[in-house]
Design a protein around this ligand. Structure first.
Ligand code: SF4
Length: 461
């Protein structure tokens, strides 16, 4: 289990973990390196080159803003969403940037952020190069980063064939690299998946209380994004002028409730609402939790809120079990396939979130390990081949509705798994391998480039 709970679920700003959180963290890492090399105070110029998907959809996904904020010294989990526009506008208008809040350098985003749309930087489609130089043009430092999905950043080896996470999670006592190994561990140790993950997290210098505190913090941030999304009305940022829907749906559902109108499928309306609310918050650049990415941030919260509201006996422990179990499933995808839309299409974002949510929901309801593995498998099996084709490069169409569809599918997958004894034909490992192979075979235009699918078939005016 290479990826920890703390890496998989991160509080940050939307609309895209790989295109906003990753580049922002990469800027912070570059500054930290300059400081370590005692070069920081000589810097007079910074140029950022964006490659592949970051160059193609970077403007719609807010990569330019994220880079400016990262260079200003902001961090995704600490930034105040309401301060973002003012900070970015100040840099754009003045042509000056206060690097890490300490030294002022000339910076014009139109000149100093370069979009190399026809180039990629091996080995990953989301490459960034930062170059710092003196006034005379002497290069002080140059560093490549890769935003590999879910806000994780990595650097490559010298021949560009292998990636190393910047934050590599330390080894754990109950390591597993496949679904089968995880099931074996549960059987041998007599533990649930959630207990295995908890023990691993505690081995990384965290107490049980700290892990529980983080789990509760994540859920509170998710819950707050549902609440905010239900209150906000109006139009989302960007050229599409997409109208927010969550607010109106919320008002209508409340009215229905007051009038006691019986519709057996109203539960689905609520689940759709929760997912739309978070996804609209994400699209507006507000605070959400990567789960495992920002584009798919609505699914896991929507299914937790469904558990909390509609499942008898739901409690805080159930939510903790849910998130710990979802971490195990997410880490299998991150380790054996990908959670990046630019690498494997939307099956790596909405597909993985759906699989994590289905597994989490079974765990919350005290399903056993084989039922959890089955739910995770079903949820991904029916997302295989899902492409990433955001219209106008914005994380809005098809992303927002896709979260609602993913949440409903996750609940259904959990119900199918809970209705059986865990015996099933297709293993989670097989479906993860299939997802990876399908992603490799997928044409590049369907991998977060906005050059295929809905992105070219939906008129923009
Ligand atoms: S289509 Fe899916 S992978 Fe692509 S930006 Fe939207 S949510 Fe992310």
């Amino acid at each position: 289990m290479k990826i920890s709970l703390f890496q998989l679920f991160k509080i940050g700003i939307g609309p895209s973990s790989s295109h906003t959180i990753g580049p922002m963290l990469a800027a912070g890492s570059f500054i930290a390196n300059l400081k370590n090399l005692s070069l920081f105070h000589q810097v007079q110029k910074i140029v950022v080159e964006l490659y592949g998907s970051l160059a193609l959809t970077g403007i719609g996904h807010g990569t330019d803003k994220a880079l400016i904020l990262g260079l200003l010294g902001e961090q995704p989990h600490l930034i105040l969403p309401e301060s973002i526009d003012a900070q970015v506008t100040k840099v754009r208008q003045s042509g000056q940037l206060m690097l890490n809040g300490e030294i002022s350098i000339p910076f014009d985003p139109q000149i100093h952020i370069i979009y190399l749309r026809r180039k990629t930087l091996p080995p990953h489609p989301n490459g960034i190069i930062f170059r710092a130089s003196t006034e005379d043009g002497i290069v002080l430092s140059e560093q490549s980063y890769f935003s590999v999905g879910g806000g994780q950043i990595a650097i490559s080896n010298s021949d560009g064939t292998q990636l190393t996470f910047i934050e590599e999670a330390p080894e754990v006592p109950f390591a597993f690299s496949s679904g089968d190994a995880l099931l074996r561990l549960c059987e041998e140790k007599g533990k649930t998946i959630a207990e295995i993950v908890l023990l691993n997290e505690c081995s990384r210098n965290k107490s049980r209380e700290e892990v529980f505190h983080y789990l509760d913090e994540i859920w509170q941030a998710m819950d707050a994004s549902i609440e905010r999304g239900c209150q906000q009305d109006g139009v989302l940022p960007g050229s599409l002028k997409v109208r927010r829907r969550a607010h109106a749906i919320y008002q209508s559902l409340k009215q229905k409730q007051e009038q006691h109108q019986g519709d057996p499928l109203t539960v689905l309306d609520w689940v759709n609402l929760y997912a739309l609310a978070v996804s609209e918050e994400n699209a507006s650049g507000s605070k959400v939790v990567t789960a495992p990415t920002n584009g798919a941030a609505g699914i896991i919260p929507a299914v937790i809120r469904y558990y909390q509201t509609f499942i008898k006996g739901s409690d805080q422990d159930g939510i903790r079990r849910y998130l710990l179990t979802a971490t195990a499933i997410g880490s299998l995808y991150a380790g054996n396939a990908s959670i990046s839309g630019a690498e494997v299409g939307c099956q790596g974002e909405v597909g993985v979130a759906c699989s994590m949510a289905a597994a989490g929901l079974v765990a919350a309801q005290n399903g056993h390990a084989r039922q959890i593995e089955q739910a995770a498998e079903i949820a991904m099996e029916h997302n295989l081949g899902l492409t990433c084709d955001p219209v106008a490069g914005l994380v809005q169409i098809p992303c927002i509705e896709r979260n609602a569809m993913g949440a409903v599918k996750a609940i259904n997958a959990a119900r199918i798994a809970l209705g059986g004894d865990g015996t099933h034909r297709v293993s989670l490992d097989s479906v993860i391998k299939t997802m990876k192979d399908t992603g490799n075979d997928m044409k590049r235009k369907y991998k977060e480039t906005s050059r295929g699918g809905l992105a070219v078939n939906v008129p923009l005016c």
